[in-house]
Structures are given as structure tokens and as C-alpha cells.
Design a protein around this ligand. Structure first.
Ligand SMILES: *Cc1c(COP(=O)(O)O)cnc(C)c1O
Length: 375
């Protein structure tokens, strides 16, 4: 079935009364058979597995095209699950230099205590990866498009370098989603997401997911980290996310359509210094993006505003529909001064604003942007 159909139906379990919408099951424990053996559906205790998490994981695995999915309470814990599972003391990890700052903080602050070292690499050129590989490199993390500079990594090129060196590859597919980009079909072993973003889509659930291409020793260890580590989302969060996924395809379609028109407006605006969007022909990796994102470029845009931080902040403050807030991928349009959000290790230019385009009516969005520049 097509992902648009899977996102509505996959994983929904039949129940005794024929519910079309899966119920929320809050039970923490499940009855055993009279002989003490685990019941037919295999549920024992909610941390191990529960109906809402199982439904969600089935849907996510099918959507991303992997053999198994693991739901986590945040995108960061999904990335931590991969790190904990793949890395051991004395090993080395390679991450993008434009890595989402929360995951970069995890790698910089937590992993050194486990004696795991890392190198930050500009992955826009796959050759840079080759030079960074060490004898003890076990894992390469990718994020494409990257946050907030929308750098593009050539997934297939990086995958063949990593494969030749026996290194596992994990790709953060949060910004593209499997409806636009399918890393598991391009040589990636593990995909992860912050489902807080496009999957949730309404800025009301924190969540994460790991999807593996193959069931193997690594996937067993990820399950162990989730279940024994107790890193699990609640049944309600799973239910809410499952519901949100049903509308992913139509939300995304509208968001991308709006984003294209907003890029058209911004790219010639006299107060805009630079537009970052992989759909622009002058983006350094435009052709790679076109190929690996199925001719689609997502709904995230970054801009540099002329006149420095002061003008960027003034523009953001003048907007009414675009709220100034962190996060992305929701139905509501947001704008964010990225440098302020990056905390202790800011790296974005001080006049950079990141725009997450929502599903509002396009003329209202463009009018709001005009007001931002003129106000
Ligand atoms: C938000 C985000 C994360 C972290 O996810 P949380 O759900 O906030 O823990 C990871 N990667 C990307 C690209 C993100 O945008």
C-alpha cells in the first residue's frame, strides 16, 4: 500500500466492539491465561509493550519501510538509544557539523563520560567523511536537510563510504519525513525522528522513533534499551501520534506548497540577504536534493535578514500569524531566531531566522511577511 494509505490504516487493531478509531488502553498490566502463560496478544506489562505503542510502531515501520520501529518519549531519547546500542567505550562517532543542537549537546556532554569520542564533519561533501574515519569509528550520524542551514548530504554517497569501512549509518529524517525522503532505501541502517515535529504535526506531543532496516542484533538491543531502560512514551502519547499520522500526507502537501510560494516571495525581497532552501537552483546541493527528496524540498526555510540581528528581531516581532517560537513541522507557521535558541554553543549567524511553514491560507501568510518587513 501507498504511504498515504498506510498512514491512515496501518497498525490499527480490531477490538471486540468493532471500533473504527483505536481506543486508548491505559491498563498497565494484562491478564495471563489460566495456566499462567502469557495471553494470546502477548501483552504482559505496559513498559514492555502495550496496544497503543504496538499500533504506532507497526505504522511507523511500514511508513518508513523498515522491519521494526521503536517509539520513544522524545527525539533526543531515540538518538540516545542508537548511541547506547551501537557505541562502546573507546569507540568513535562522526556527526554533521550542522547537527540539531539538542543532539549535538547529547553527543558533546553525555558521550565523553562513556569514553566515546566524536568528530564533527561538513557532510555536504561526502569526501570529508572519508578523511574523518578512524580505526574505532562505529557510527555515522546524518541529518539532511540540516538544521538550520538546510545543508544537503548525498545519502547514497555517504552510505557507500560507510559500508566500505564497515560503519553503521543512522539518519535523522525529521525534516523530510518518509513521504519525501526514504533513507532506508539508500543504504542507511537506522532512521530516527523527532516525532514532536511533522509526525505529531500539532505541537502537542513530544516523541521520537527509531526505525531499523533489518531485524538483527542491533534492533534487539534497541528494544532492550527501550524496555529495560524504561524509555517509553505513554499510551496516550502513542494514541495521539497515531491519530496525527493519519493526516501527515495532506498536512505536508499543503505545507510544502505554501513553502514554495513563500520562497518565491522571499528570494527577491530587498530586505532579505539570503534564502536557504534546497529547492532553489543555486543551493549548492540542489540536484542531490532533487534526486533524493523525490522532487520535493520540504517546508523549512531559513533566511538572513539585511541589517543584522536588530532587523531580524524587528521583523519577527512585527509578524502576527507567524509566532516567534522554537520547534517546527506543526500546522501553525512559526519563525525563530535560531542563535538565541542554541543556548551555550550558538553557531547560527545573528541575522538568521528559521521559518516553519504551516497549513494556513497562503495569501494571509504572505501578507503577514510583508507586514513584518514594512512594520
Ligand atoms: C527537534 C529535533 C530533534 C530532537 O527531538 P525532541 O523531540 O525535541 O527530543 C532531533 N532532530 C531534529 C532534526 C529536530 O528538529
Amino acid at each position: 500500500m501507498h504511504p498515504d494509505t498506510l498512514s491512515v490504516h496501518a497498525g490499527n487493531m480490531e477490538d471486540l466492539i468493532g471500533s473504527i478509531v483505536p481506543p486508548i488502553n491505559l491498563s498497565t498490566t494484562f491478564e495471563r491465561n489460566k495456566d499462567g502463560v502469557i495471553g494470546g496478544k502477548g501483552f504482559i506489562y505496559s513498559r514492555m509493550d502495550n496496544p497503543n505503542r504496538r499500533s504506532l510502531e507497526i505504522k511507523l515501520a511500514l511508513l518508513e519501510g523498515g522491519e521494526e520501529a521503536f517509539a520513544f518519549p522524545s527525539g533526543n531519547s531515540a538518538a540516545l538509544a542508537i548511541a547506547e546500542t551501537v557505541l562502546e567505550p573507546g569507540t568513535h562517532l562522526i556527526m554533521p557539523d550542522d547537527c540539531y543542537h539538542g543532539i549535538a549537546a547529547m553527543i558533546r556532554n553525555l558521550l565523553p563520560r562513556w569514553k566515546v569520542s566524536h568528530t564533527e564533519v561538513n557532510m555536504s561533501d561526502a569526501h570529508n567523511l572519508e578523511n574523518a574515519i578512524q580505526k574505532n569509528t562505529r557510527l555515522v550520524l546524518l541529518e539532511t536537510p540540516s538544521n538550520p542551514l538546510l545543508k544537503i548530504t548525498d545519502i547514497s554517497a555517504v552510505a557507500s563510504i560507510a559500508k566500505a569501512n564497515g560503519i553503521l549509518l543512522a539518519c535523522d529524517n525529521t525534516w523530510a519525513t518518509p513521504l519525501i525522503q526514504r533513507p532506508l532505501e539508500m543504504g542507511i541502517d537506522l532512521v530516527f525522528h523527532s516525532s514532536t515535529k511533522f509526525f505529531g504535526g500539532h505541537s502537542d506531543i513530544l516523541g521520537g522513533v527509531v526505525i531499523v532496516k533489518k531485524r538483527n542484533e542491533i534492533s534487539q538491543r534497541i528494544r532492550e534499551f527501550q524496555v529495560v531502560g524504561g524509555v517509553v512514551p505513554s499510551p496516550f502519547d502513542c494514541w495521539l501520534l497515531n491519530r496525527s499520522l493519519s493526516t501527515l500526507s495532506i498536512r505536508l502537501e499543503r505545507q510544502v506548497k505554501n513553502a514554495l510560494q513563500i520562497v518565491e516571495f522571499l528570494k527577491t525581497h530587498p530586505k532579505v540577504e539570503k534564502v536557504y532552501y534546497p529547492g532553489l537552483p543555486d543551493h549548492p546541493n540542489h540536484l542531490i536534493a532533487k534526486k533524493q527528496m523525490n522532487g520535493n524540498f520540504g517546508s523549512m526555510i531559513s533566511i538572513q535578514v539585511k541589517g543584522g540581528e536588530k532587523e531580524a528581531m524587528r521583523f519577527a516581532a512585527n509578524l502576527e500569524i507567524f509566532k516567534h517560537a522554537t520547534s517546527l513541522g506543526g500546522v501553525e507557521s512559526l519563525v525563530e531566531h535560531r542563535r538565541t535558541a542554541e543556548g551555550m554553543v550558538p553557531k547560527s549567524p545573528d541575522n538568521l531566522l528559521r521559518i516553519s511553514v504551516g497549513i494556513e491560507y497562503i495569501d494571509d501568510l504572505i501578507d503577514d511577511l510583508k507586514k513584518g518587513f514594512s512594520g
